[in-house]
Design a protein around this ligand. Structure first.
Ligand SMILES: *Cc1c(COP(=O)(O)O)cnc(C)c1O
Length: 339
């Protein structure tokens, strides 16, 4: 595994936040010529964060590297988080907590019955996660207090905020953006116009935007909103990036980042969180025919639906693939944890 690009850039960071290694760095970048032709893009590249870990990949693994490092440094024996029934963050937390010998618990909030909800129902208990499931949103506040503050073996669990929306989580994403910058500098990847990021709480989009700015590459970040407007937005995205920059300043980072433009896109979230639409279904079919990565509804195919419209035609685009290529397998993970 290569050394961390962020550590090289901000050597003081390790003394404050020492990450654990979960991501197989750098994740590959694939060149999608047939999808680009179909969608009238000049170029389409994919940052394969679906392959961030062979155990369980996707975007949350980058966030968890820093959260878990911080939890372990603080002597925590238990971690807690929350998310909707089908949450990838909850599944990633259960998976890597098991491997690192940490107890994990989560609050699950209601969500329409997407594929991931069934998957989580089966996998989370098998990974030993303690669960509190709410059937009604009304029950969430009380359950939240129990999940977050009730002690486990005399200790409060280390809290991982929903969606990893926190500067500590963003640090891991910056590493991914610096991998893109390194690929451009080495010539593996040509200069691109846009990076398209499926966007929930916007922790990923913030980190991509800040990381590119730190690398001196003001590439436009296209954040495609997939969750209700109430919990996310371009203001939140910038604010989280600035908070993360403030943390890096404390660690001794003094350069001025070169921020690119943000294109915040609200048009592809219908009909609602986790629910598909005709364009998303078509986009998923096109990927199945013309490429080899796996799609899901909540974030991926609905974001890819954007390529079927004219907005980015003729441009050189990189799609940030946030969805794991594999589902975690509790029996091999448990065997690994015991070893
Ligand atoms: C969590 C998640 C996102 C959204 O990430 P944010 O950082 O919350 O914006 C996108 N895609 C997938 C597959 C995810 O699991």
């Amino acid at each position: 595994m290569t050394a961390r690009l962020l550590t090289a850039m901000v050597p003081g960071l390790d003394a404050m936040y020492k990450p654990v290694d979960l991501v197989e760095r750098p994740t590959p970048i694939s060149h999608e010529t047939s999808l680009a032709a179909r969608w009238n893009l000049q170029e389409l590249w994919i940052k394969r964060d679906d392959l961030s870990s062979p155990i369980y990949g996707g975007s949350k693994v980058r966030n968890l590297e820093y959260f878990f490092g911080d939890a372990i440094a603080k002597g925590a024996t238990s971690v807690a988080t929350m998310g909707p029934l089908g949450s990838h963050q909850v599944l990633a937390t259960a998976t890597f907590a098991r491997i690192h010998g940490l107890h994990a618990r989560a609050l699950l909030t209601p969500q329409p019955n997407v594929h991931e909800a069934g998957l989580n129902k089966r996998l989370l208990p098998a990974l030993g996660m303690e669960l509190l499931r709410c059937e009604r949103f009304l029950d969430v506040p009380m359950a939240f207090l129990r999940i977050r503050y009730r002690r486990h073996q005399g200790q409060r669990p280390y809290w991982i905020p929903p969606g990893s929306h926190h500067p500590i989580g963003v640090l891991g994403v910056i590493e991914g953006a610096l991998e893109i910058a390194a690929a451009i500098k080495s010539g593996e990847l040509p200069m691109i116009d846009d990076i398209v990021v499926p966007t929930g709480t916007c922790a990923t989009a913030s980190g991509v935007w800040l990381g590119l700015a730190m690398a001196g590459l003001p590439i436009r970040v296209v954040a495609v909103r997939m969750v209700p407007m109430m919990i996310t937005g371009p203001g939140k995205m910038k604010k989280l990036a600035m908070k993360t920059l403030a943390l890096l300043r404390q660690a001794g980072y003094t350069k001025e980042p070169q921020f690119g433009e943000i294109l915040w896109v609200d048009d592809f979230a219908a009909p609602g969180y986790g629910q598909s639409n005709a364009d998303a279904d078509e986009a998923a079919k096109e990927v199945a025919e013309a490429s080899n990565f796996r799609t899901e509804t909540t974030y991926i195919s609905k974001t890819l639906a954007m390529f079927r419209k004219s907005t980015l035609q003729g441009r050189r685009v990189l799609f940030w693939n946030t969805y794991s290529a594999v589902d975690p397998d509790p029996s091999t993970i448990t065997a690994k944890a015991a070893a």
